[in-house]
Design a protein around this ligand. Structure first.
Ligand code: KIV
Ligand code: ZN
Length: 405
């Protein structure tokens, strides 16, 4: 018998998986915490458990399940999610107060992999609220991160409004948090103020300048006030961040947070220029997007990237004709990659003969050229009056034509 291992060429040892040569980016989902903080997006206990289960199942690494001190309901939800989690780390948020941190720990400690996330606003505007001097705040950070680390091996610390914090002070407090035992340093762009070049630069400078920075993971947490949340998150990754904080459908306060589906698909589709990957199963995106829209009561805008109703829909004749010949003409992702059965060819006044013929064929009508011409005229008349022409409309037009004949 031949020894197979000896006949295999060195080429066969090469890793040809889509992840080969790429760095992993950890996905931290905060739909149930920052997302649920959107005015009006409150979810019930059962709904939170369902969403957490879907996040866990799709391969999200860390689920920020809530803010345990905020309410009895949040505490209960975080505790229950922690008990049920199968693979994800479960995180609870806490302000820089010992009682908050204790409460967060009480909730997450049931998880196989628990995390405490503690934060304080470090920019001048935010320091003015508790009226703390820079030194007093530095002392508070040291005390609270040390306390969290004594409870839990996995501690995330965030300087809220980091992107509007003075550079010297930011550098100083990040160093304090690392020395006190933080294992992840999250840099929030709390008010969506930063721009992509700045976002990358800030992370790069922190990693280069802060002693101990290479021992921790840097995270990016972006808000979408200027519509830049996804761009800023990806720029931060280029700068060295290896955790992206995001929410399903970009749910979040004001204009929302970085959308999970956007960063996951951007890294998947453009891995050629962004050599990073996540372990999220993108085929589960559409289902969770719909569930989050339903339970939060926040519908997804039609033209929302990846999950909007029109993200894989085509109405214009030129696009439809291209799509019928080769889907890559007007789509950079396959609908199946995000869990959608198929592209939708919407018939309306911009549609052409090729799409009408294809749709009629789907409905069981094979028309000769002169019949199609006749039908096309009647279809256009109807499309001028109606935004969208549905299958039933076409069937009615066909029947009316048959009656006339
Ligand atoms: O936007 C923000 O700064 C936050 C922190 C609590 C991380 O959500
Ligand atoms: Zn936030």
């Amino acid at each position: 018998m031949t020894d197979q291992t000896k006949t295999v060429s060195p080429e066969a040892d090469k890793d040809v998986s889509p992840e080969a040569g790429k760095d992993r980016v950890v996905i931290f989902d905060t739909t149930l915490r920052d997302g649920e903080q959107s005015p009006g997006a409150t979810m019930t206990h059962e709904e939170k458990l369902e969403i957490a289960g879907l996040l866990d199942d799709m391969g999200v690494d860390i689920i920020e399940a809530g803010f345990p001190i905020a309410s009895e309901g949040d505490f209960r939800a975080v505790s229950e999610i922690a008990k049920r989690a199968k693979q994800a780390t479960i995180c609870g948020l806490a302000r820089a107060h010992i009682k908050d941190i204790d409460r967060a720990w009480e909730a997450v400690k049931h998880a196989a992999s628990p995390r405490i996330h503690t934060f304080i606003g470090t920019s001048p505007l935010h320091r003015a609220i508790p009226n703390l001097t820079q030194d007093e705040m530095a002392e508070r950070i040291h005390e609270t991160v040390t306390h969290a680390r004594n409870l839990c091996d996995d501690v995330q610390w965030s300087p809220m409004d980091a992107t509007r914090t003075e550079w010297d002070y930011l550098r100083r407090v990040v160093e304090i948090a690392i020395k006190a035992g933080a294992t992840t340093i999250n840099i929030p762009d709390t008010v969506g103020y930063t721009a992509p070049v700045e976002s990358a630069d800030l992370i790069r400078r922190l990693i280069a300048d802060v002693p101990g920075a290479d021992e921790v993971v840097f995270a990016t947490h972006c808000h979408n006030d200027l519509g830049l949340a996804t761009a800023n998150a990806l720029a931060a990754v280029a700068g060295g961040a290896r955790q992206i904080e995001c929410t399903i459908n970009g749910l979040g306060e004001r204009a929302g947070n970085t959308a999970l589906e956007e960063v996951v698909m951007a890294l998947k589709v453009r891995g050629d220029i962004m050599p990073f990957y996540t372990q999220v199963d993108s085929r589960k995106i559409m289902n969770i997007s719909r569930r989050v829209a339903t339970v939060s009561g926040f519908p997804v805008q039609y033209n929302k990237a990846i999950v909007g109703k029109n993200a894989f829909a085509h109405e214009s004749g030129i696009h439809q004709d291209g799509m019928l010949k080769n889907a890559e003409t007007f789509e950079i992702m396959r609908p199946a990659d995000v869990g959608l059965a198929e592209t939708s060819i919407v018939l309306g006044k911009h549609s052409g003969r090729a799409a009408l013929r294809a749709k009629l064929k789907d409905l069981g009508y094979e028309l000769a050229e002169n019949q199609l011409n006749d039908m096309f005229v009647r279809f256009k008349e109807l499309a001028d009056r109606k935004k969208e022409v549905y299958d039933e409309d076409l069937i009615a037009l066909m029947r009316a034509g048959e009656d006339e004949a």
